[in-house]
Ligand binder design. Sequence first.
Ligand code: ATP
Length: 231
Amino acid sequence: MKRVLEACQLYRFYHAGDEETLALRGVSLYVDVGEIVAVMGPSGSGKSTLLSCLVGLDEPDGGYVQVCGNRLTRRTEEERAVIRGMHIGILLQSRNLFSHLTVADNIRLKLRQLRSKDESKIRSLLSWVHMEERIDAYPSQLSGGEAARAGLALALCADPKLLVADEPTGEVDLDTETSILRLLDERRSSGGATLIATHSDRVAALADRVITIHDGRIANEFDQPEIRSIT
Ligand SMILES: Nc1ncnc2c1ncn2[C@@H]1O[C@H](COP(=O)(O)OP(=O)(O)OP(=O)(O)O)[C@@H](O)[C@H]1O
């Protein structure tokens, strides 16, 4: 199946007293196998709201989301969690790891939740993100770059078809951003699909398509097949 993620006409309203915020106003997008799609837009434009709806952590007020052919919207939280666990890896800007568990135990716990007993996965994932040496470290003992790479390993431990990342390079230095971008590029070469909300022009330069959101709507979208690169 070529289409990994499809969202059609997403609406999300927030109410606080008499005030209503229209966070999403009819957003439609897709991500195909082997694509990196960047979502950009000013602060408050709706990126995080969009990502929450796309991964089923939030339920849109209108529209639908489909992941790997499974409808994610208008389902119970439990059903959404099952679909999310099977198909989606989530990477946040920070705090991807439980602080009371080592890097290895964070991944071990996630694998257990997925009913996988493949212990070798822990080492192979950490080797992929160049973190084998930090396998027994606690999150508080990691540098920002190491924590970001460990978060990526954790997000990908179920081999999800789709990775959704919210500002994954927002709090890291340039070298770490470069190493994360290389890993995402490598993942793309093996068919992985990635959607990234970002403010970084370097992340956008790596993307196959860039979608810009303004005020809860898609302002423009452009393909950049020739220029994508890690600069
Ligand atoms: N739980 C909430 N209750 C009320 N309003 C909210 C809530 N979450 C977000 N909003 C509002 O919805 C709009 C979109 O917010 P969102 O966090 O999605 O923007 P963003 O583009 O991710 O911003 P940033 O780049 O700063 O993270 C904003 O006006 C925000 O104030």
